[in-house]
Design a protein around this ligand. Structure first.
Ligand code: ADP
Length: 242
């Protein structure tokens, strides 16, 4: 089978509000090829997180399909999709040290301690936390926590990594540094990823291509140069501010 990566076709997700069903995602289609990082950019409330959750299998699709390498994922539950998830607040396990957090997915996959240790070491070095194995989670800064969360989500080598505003809780300077590191780590590991953000600088720093969303719809998808070129959708131009 050819490696086609992620295909999202005409996906609709609705929520009930005051007795009516309203679309949070209103017919979205896009592809992410293997090794590519796609950014989903748009203002708060435009449906980015809902779309990401739909890809993960956490939302019921009213219409459309999510597939991987051509296989429809509708019958595949969240934990069998082989996808990794990373959120704004890394959601680390407070009772495990740094190594214990990073090793979690490896342990679930049945790797013994002797196999886990070198992999944990390699991942911590990659995210700039060499020697942090025995540190307790509550002693870490916000940026360090997100680095641990990234290492943990990459440990089981997910076939797709879904990142929901992973840098939003950090202050500006830290965010810029972490965006650079995130881009480097995703490319070094050739990780296929969908990265949700409301911050265009972050989107341009991390993603190979960016999809711009408004009101549940994907208005345009392209590289930074394509999005900034003349002739693009007016709402996209206004949002990007040029
Ligand atoms: P974004 O990630 O772009 O900020 P969301 O996907 O979180 O946007 O939300 C899209 C829309 O769906 C918003 O109008 C939001 O209020 C609504 N929404 C999100 N989650 C729920 C929910 N669990 N129940 C009802 N409405 C929701």
């Amino acid at each position: 089978m050819t490696a086609r990566g992620l295909e999202v076709s005409d996906v609709v997700v609705e929520y009930e509000a005051a007795g009516r069903w309203l679309p949070a995602v209103a017919g979205v289609s896009f592809d992410v090829v293997p090794g590519e990082v796609l950014g989903l950019l748009g203002p708060s409330g435009c449906g980015k997180s809902t779309l990401l959750r739909a890809i993960a299998g956490l939302e019921r699709l009213v219409r459309g399909a999510v597939s991987w390498d051509g296989a429809d994922l509708a019958p595949v539950p969240v934990h069998r999709r082989g996808f990794g998830l990373m959120f704004q607040d890394g959601q680390l396990f407070p009772h495990r040290d740094v190594a214990g957090n990073v090793a979690f997915g490896l342990q679930m996959a049945g790797l013994g301690p002797a196999e886990r240790a070198p992999r944990v070491h390699e991942l911590l070095a990659m995210v700039g936390l060499e020697g942090f194995e025995r540190r307790q989670v509550e002693t870490l800064s916000g940026g360090e926590r997100q680095r641990v969360a990234l290492a943990r989500s990459l440990a089981p080598t997910p076939r797709l990594l879904l990142l929901d505003e992973p840098l939003s809780a950090l202050d500006r300077a830290l965010r810029e540094q972490l965006a650079e590191d995130l881009a480097r780590v995703l490319h070094e590991t050739r990780t296929t990823a969908v990265f949700v953000t409301h911050d265009q600088d972050e989107a341009f720093a991390v993603a190979d291509r960016i999809g711009v969303m408004f009101s549940g719809k994907l208005v345009q998808v392209g590289t930074a140069a394509e999005l900034r070129a003349e002739g693009i959708d007016r709402s996209v131009r206004a949002f990007l501010g040029n």
